[in-house]
Design a protein around this ligand. Structure first.
Ligand code: MG
Length: 207
């Protein structure tokens, strides 16, 4: 990954540790020439930079989906609230920071923001994807919806999931549960793991 973009990602607001971000980039770069990448839960654009770098190298694009109202833990009074992300109407709005981050990194020619909830964007989707990265809400219902994006993966495409914690003491269950569910389906094999990031590759040709 280009040094300038690596620094931009490291400096961006967000929660992706650099070693996991680089693993995300490398996993995406391996399949990016096959089609578009898609991210659920872009927040301020930190992980988007890792994916966009991979997309640019391959001549592809990244769809970056987020309603930009923050997850449960980003709301005022919650553990990961950041007052810089409060809009003039008193609601969390991460889109201005996201856009500034992507533009400053010079990646607005490969990133396609979709400001919508995952299930709304999913309803209108038909394009085959090379890579899906799930880093959205940790509620069980939201994680199950997000997993449905993997139905749009091409054979050989990859599904990455963040915040997968095998030990419940380390974090919430839903990301781990959809990871287990994807593996149990027999349609995926694990190809990479770093920190709480897991990357699976689609092995069937059911599309
Ligand atoms: Mg995460």
């Amino acid at each position: 990954m280009e040094d300038r973009l690596r620094r931009a990602a490291a400096d961006a607001v967000g929660f992706m540790p650099e070693d996991e971000g680089l693993a995300l980039h490398d996993s995406a770069a391996a399949v990016a020439a096959r089609g578009p990448l898609l991210e659920i839960g872009s927040y301020c654009g930190k992980s988007t930079i890792y994916l966009a770098a991979a997309a640019r190298e391959a001549g592809s694009v990244v769809y970056a989906i987020d309603h930009h109202r923050g997850s449960e833990e980003h709301q005022p009074g919650e553990a990961y609230f950041d007052e810089r992300l409060l809009g003039p109407d008193g609601r969390v709005d991460t889109f201005p920071m996201f856009r500034a981050t992507i533009e400053a990194a010079g990646l607005d020619d490969v990133v396609i923001p979709i400001v919508a909830r995952s299930e709304v964007a999913l309803r209108g989707w038909s394009q085959p994807l090379a890579f899906v990265f799930i880093d959205g809400s940790h509620s069980a219902a939201a994680a199950r919806v997000d997993l449905q994006w993997s139905d749009h993966l091409e054979p050989g495409g990859r599904l990455a999931i963040h915040d997968v914690f095998p030990d419940p003491a380390d974090g919430g269950r839903p990301p781990f549960e959809i990871y287990e569910s994807a593996l149990a389906s027999g349609r995926f094999t694990e190809v990479a793991a770093r920190g709480s990031l897991r990357v699976l590759e689609r092995v069937d040709d059911f599309l």
